[in-house]
Design a protein around this ligand. Structure first.
Ligand SMILES: [Zn+2]
Length: 56
């Protein structure tokens, strides 16, 4: 389920403040040095560094 239109534009990575990109029900940080991936649970982005994983 896609996020609400416009929501991505106001969200930012809590670790580095880079924009996020939605992909496969996750939010990928676009900051090159950061690379964290945040889960989306029940349509709600979980923007917590503790909940994020490192992208491959
Ligand atoms: Zn980041």
């Amino acid at each position: 389920m896609p996020l609400e239109a416009g929501l991505l534009e106001i969200l930012a990575c809590p670790a580095c403040h880079a924009p996020l990109r939605e992909e496969a029900d996750e939010l990928h940080c676009t900051g090159g040095a950061c690379g964290l991936v945040y889960p989306i649970r029940d349509g709600i982005p979980v923007l917590l560094v503790d909940e994020a994983r490192r992208s491959d």
